[in-house]
Design a binder for this molecule. Structure first.
Ligand SMILES: [Ca+2]
Length: 163
């Protein structure tokens, strides 16, 4: 699971509860859910590898490993029984707003993701949905030219990548 936004779930944002659940969760923003952000609790010792994620605020801890391994790195959220924990912080990610999950300039998630991953601009990866090599890139239109052409019009738009 890469570059997903998981928000407003009534319970856990991402739950690994089936025996043998294994997987990767990378560059996800998991926020405003009713319970844990990411919970690994299968009974068969699965391993969920979580990197470059933001899991706060949520109704319970950001990352929770229980009877299964939550191998965590370069992420932002509170932890219970997680493994690894390199580069993990628990600080306000400074979203643009409660409904816009871009991180603000100066956010502790800016350029603090896994140093082996880059953002599309070549910088060190950011944590969260808008970071990492697979982040969504939206065009921001900054110029529109409309030119009459007989009974039609020609429309030209210039845009830059925005992520
Ligand atoms: Ca970056």
């Amino acid at each position: 699971m890469r570059n997903c936004l998981i928000t407003a779930c009534s319970q856990v944002g991402i739950l690994a509860a089936t025996a043998g659940d294994n997987g990767l969760v990378q560059n996800c923003t998991i926020t405003y859910n009713g319970s844990y952000g990411v919970e690994a609790r299968s009974d068969a010792n699965g391993t969920i590898t979580v990197s470059n994620c933001i899991a706060r605020p949520n109704g319970n801890n950001g990352f929770y490993g229980y009877r299964s391994t939550c191998n965590l790195s370069y992420s932002n959220g509170s932890t219970v029984w997680t493994a690894g924990n390199q580069g993990v912080i628990d600080i306000d990610p400074q979203f643009v707003s409660n409904t816009d999950y871009h991180i603000s300039q100066g956010s502790p998630c800016w350029d603090t993701g896994n140093p082996s991953l880059q953002d599309p601009d070549g910088s060190r990866s950011d944590m969260g949905y808008f970071g990492g090599p697979d982040c969504p890139i939206y065009p921001t239109v900054f110029e529109i030219t409309i030119t009459p052409n007989g009974s039609n019009i020609n429309l030209e738009a210039k845009a830059r990548a925005n992520y």
